[in-house]
Design a protein around this ligand. Sequence first.
Ligand SMILES: *Cc1c(COP(=O)(O)O)cnc(C)c1O
Length: 389
Amino acid sequence: MTVHPGRHFLQIPGPTNVPDRVLRAISMPTIDHRGPEFAALVMELLDRVRVPFGTEGPVVIFPSSGSGAWEAALVNTLSKGDRVVVFETGQFSALWAAMAAQLGLEVTTIAGDWRHGASPEELAAALAEDTEHLIRAVMVVHSETSTGICSRIPEIRHAIDQARHPAMLFVDAVSSVGAAEYHHDEWGVDVTICGSQKGLMLPPGLGFNAISDKALAAAKTADLPRSYWGWESVLSFNNRGFFPYTPPTNLLYGLREALLMLEEESLPAVFARHLRLAQATRSAVRAWGLEILCQDEREHSPVVTAVLVPDGHDADALRAQILGDFDMSLGAGLGKVAGKVFRIGHVGHFNELSLIGTLGGVEMGLARSPIPYTPGGVAAALDHLADSR
Ligand SMILES: *Cc1c(COP(=O)(O)O)cnc(C)c1O
């Protein structure tokens, strides 16, 4: 067995590196989830957790992965046969669309090439055609973690408003909340879906729904079957600081610590840090002479960069080499782009030196691989960091 001294570099775009402070918080003894100490923790958390979502409304926390929170968004607000529109921006949007179909919804997919975000113009056209207002919801992934593309949610909202269409807007912000600019209320989102293991710097295990008044109202008549995922009982227990089932107590300690860390740094500073490190990553990729999957300058994700390897080369072989030689995990290409891209995660508990280490690992891996490239990516990133202080 190969021994790798030093810390493993976990540079997949989630689960992300968990800060030591959060790990220590999680290691505290589990307490009675029906006692007063727990209720106080929950009341504090339900208040603080709103901040990175940009909402003053309720945020429901599930013991689940992000996919559970996807399901909760759909089953609480929609009825069998309801029509929904989904933008195909990558693997996560495709999985969410497949889930909607499995649940009995009529899914219209707006096809995409996995190199561009959701198109406000195409949405406007789809809504204009829907004169009977049969479309009940528009589903968009904000930061598509599989492609490194960040859709322009305010423009999507604008398209719905311009069309005077009553459809709800559901946004998957699993990899953006806590890392990228996000405003549930201001952007007029009806349900925001999130998971704990990306921008929120926690281990996997918590799913979130931020909910608008309109979505809460829709829940009163929506008839898709739901029990565990029902918002109503969670919200009513939450009023007193409890859950209708045994909650993941220790992850909630971790959530409190992670939210404190975001508050200490301040969200604007957190967002600026992600943007700057993402730009430095792109300067490295360009210096290597490799292609970035995202083709629209307005749509680069602040949390992950997907890099294409030239035709005839295998991105997975490069990742395996980097893992074996330098103990660094990079994100695999998923779905349609499997083997064609590798993904550099630059999200969460991450700084300039972690970026330089990460890019150094990629550049050393390229040097040992058959992939043609130009040395100098790390140097380009250093220049970017020096110029953008
Ligand atoms: C990670 C991720 C998911 C899926 O979350 P799971 O916790 O794996 O269920 C969904 N959407 C996006 C954009 C993601 O990044």
